[in-house]
Design a protein around this ligand. Sequence first.
Ligand code: SF4
Ligand code: SF4
Length: 432
Amino acid sequence: MSDTTLKNGVNALVEQIDSRVASFFNSCVHCGMCADACLFYTETGDPKYTPIHKLEPMRRVWKRNFTFWGKLAAMVGLSKPITDEELKEWEPLVYDSCTLCARCPMVGPVGNDIAYMISKERAGMVAAGHAPPGLKGATVRAVEIGSPMGATWKTVQAQIRHTEEDTGLKIPVDQQGADYMAIMSGMETVNFPEYLGSLARIFKQAGVSWTLCSDAVEATNSGIQIGSPDIAAELVQRIVDGAEKLGVKYVISPECGHAYMAIRWSGPNLIGRPYKFKVIHILELLDQLREEGRLRTEGMEDERVTFHDPCQLVRRGGVLEQPRRLLKMVASNYVDMPDPGVWNWCCGGGGGVSANERADALRIKVFSRKKAQLDAVGGVDKLVTSCSNCRIVMEDAVDAYNLNFKIFGMAETIAAHLPSDTKTAESGESSS
Ligand code: SF4
Ligand code: SF4
């Protein structure tokens, strides 16, 4: 590690300390209440996982550069500048043991948004060369080939061909002036191809005008996860350019929590202007179609079904009741886990943790919190979620814990109940 790289990292930390971060540090009363909100602390009991402790390097930089006593202490040699060894020591705390789930800001007396501050701290860490190799690799792939999982447009084209064969429906691509442009996470492209088929079938029934864009299909944003605002902005811009080129009215954020946060909430700030289109999450759109009577289902499942709220959807995005209304269309035995909705516990793999192999063992360990939630309702037969990352993480943990239930996405759960004689809402033609 060169002195220049360390200097870049410290400078980046200084740059990231905006008025929000400064006021959060200033108002922290060191009560430690945030610890009990964080699954990395509750499931390990290790005080190093206390949320505010993960911010210690940034807090020191703030104190030294932005407070009277800190500046004075630095001037007379009473405080030491942050070292590369300290940044290295904190790297696992900043990346492996924080999913940016934003549960900790829900507690505590002063409402410190620790998830926001950890995102900012990551910018300094990555500028200093301290980011996990797995996340670095995913970010390089996202920039260079358009997808952190290597799901290029060719991969999507292969999926389109299979979906068209399976459903007998044409997948619209680059349709100028369509109402909606769907984007997908690479995980949907690679692991859950049923998502695209479910969209095609639901939209056919509901008469939705939609398209994919060959220039902008990847929804995830590794730039946000690793903490690089420049890369995050570049990835958002690709989607914005695609949507504005096609002149769509809406971009549909897929079943991916952080993609929704990135494109809907962070995106305009990252690129420095509002979009010429709106962003809607697929759950919001399905619920809207339900309300308009354009989404019809048949048959009810009597298995025990629950819903895992993806953190970025429920806590950052307020998508809370939509999944429950949708599931109640098809599941007669729906049950909420304890701490549902905004209080839900993370799957353990958000915020780039699942792309960081070094964190695998810790991620599996902290799934014990989700298991406790499931145990409290006496177990379920089926868990539905609306984030392909949560789904992969939980499928992995279900195997590790030897649990006995299946995990599904929301769109495929609804699509499985479309009436067999489905007619399109607009034309009344048969969909198959
Ligand atoms: S954002 Fe979530 S994972 Fe990160 S410190 Fe807070 S509670 Fe823990
Ligand atoms: S709960 Fe808030 S005030 Fe208390 S230690 Fe954590 S960040 Fe500081």
